[in-house]
Design a protein around this ligand. Structure first.
Ligand code: TRP
Length: 328
């Protein structure tokens, strides 16, 4: 039996942080075993919000690809590519726009939310309204079955299902109906206790040097009620402890859980411990990153090869689409 197809994308925001790693990449890496995977940099999607400052986007793609490869996304197992290099996405987006009722786009929750959240961007554009339709084209052009995404993206995958269904109904059964794939992931907050995000300046990056990582971990907020070294702490509300759960051994986690509650270990020592465990985890990743940075042609080769494979599939689907829509 052939494998089901998985597809996901990420907007190129530059170097990735540990929140991206546990939130998405670790999962993508696992999916490579059981699915035929397509992963891509959604640079056209980046333009929907950054249309007036596109300078950084291409460099961000490269940074992101280095991170993808160094954490273990594999060009042998997966198709790794860049959205804007597969023009077929744009053609499908256009054709799908013919059958997409405006209210379907207007009622996607991220539409109004993002307009409010990014109030410093003028998002009253056609492209921004069409964001989830472009995403639909990304997904169905590869006939993907499963789309691993965060909870905020589920309405987009649901829209893609509705559009695929509508296309199949009007013309011909070309598309499988894609489904979101939600995975429980540990939640890692930024060093200040807010959501880890580039824009909050609170992220630990995969590519941070060991000394930076030690420093950042050292600055992390802990249980706010533990003021003195002799106060007992509560790991349940401590971000450092959440990190231990991801990066330290089960024995360490159990030990910290006990010692913190009886003030047998202080936060400073505990953080030192954590920083070393993160560094141990990242060591092979950093090694691979060094190799890639020294040999940048490897990255272009991987991406070029991935784009060719993606284009082959996309072109095939577009032939079916044109035939179904009587465009020959
Ligand atoms: N909108 C997604 C995000 O912001 C990125 C994305 C674009 C995507 N196209 C996709 C994700 C297709 C999954 C499938 O995270």
């Amino acid at each position: 039996m052939s494998k089901q197809r998985v597809l996901s994308g990420m907007r190129p925001s530059g170097k990735l942080h540990l929140g991206n790693l546990v939130g998405a990449l670790d999962n993508w890496k696992k999916l490579q075993k059981d699915y035929e995977c397509f992963f891509f940099a959604a640079d056209w999607h980046a333009l929907t919000t950054e249309y007036n400052s596109p300078e950084g986007i291409q460099e961000c793609i490269k940074e992101m690809m280095i991170d993808w490869l160094s954490v273990g996304l594999s060009p042998e197992k997966s198709v790794l590519f860049v959205q804007s290099r597969i023009k077929e996405h744009a053609e499908l987006h256009l054709l799908l726009s013919m059958i997409t009722p405006l209210p379907w786009l207007e009622r996607v929750p991220t539409y109004k939310e993002q307009q409010q959240e990014l109030a410093n961007h003028d998002l009253s554009t056609y492209g921004f309204l069409g964001y989830p339709l472009l995403q639909t084209a990304d997904i169905i052009i590869y006939k993907a079955h499963r789309v691993p995404v965060g909870i905020d993206q589920v309405p987009h995958v649901e829209l893609s299902r509705e559009i695929a269904r509508r296309f199949n109904f009007f013309y011909a059964p070309v598309f499988p109906l894609p489904e979101p794939m939600l995975t429980e992931v540990p939640r890692l907050l930024g060093i200040d206790g807010r959501k880890m995000s580039k824009s909050y300046n609170n992220a630990i990056y995969i590519s941070d040097l060991p000394e930076e990582i030690r420093q950042k971990v050292n600055q992390m907020f802990t249980d706010p009620n533990r003021i003195k070294r002799s106060d007992p702490g509560n790991p349940d509300i401590c971000n450092v402890f959440s990190f231990h759960c991801v990066y330290s051994s089960p024995e360490t986690v159990a030990q910290v859980n006990v010692d913190c509650r009886r003030a047998a270990i202080g936060c400073v020592e505990d953080k030192k411990n954590l920083a070393e465990n993160i560094l141990t985890y990242l060591a092979p990743i950093h090694e691979e990153r060094t190799r890639l940075v020294k040999n940048p042609q490897i990255i272009e080769e991987v991406v070029e090869n991935g784009c060719q494979r993606a284009r082959g599939v996309a072109a095939q689907t577009m032939e079916e689409v044109r035939r179904a829509m009587k465009i020959s």
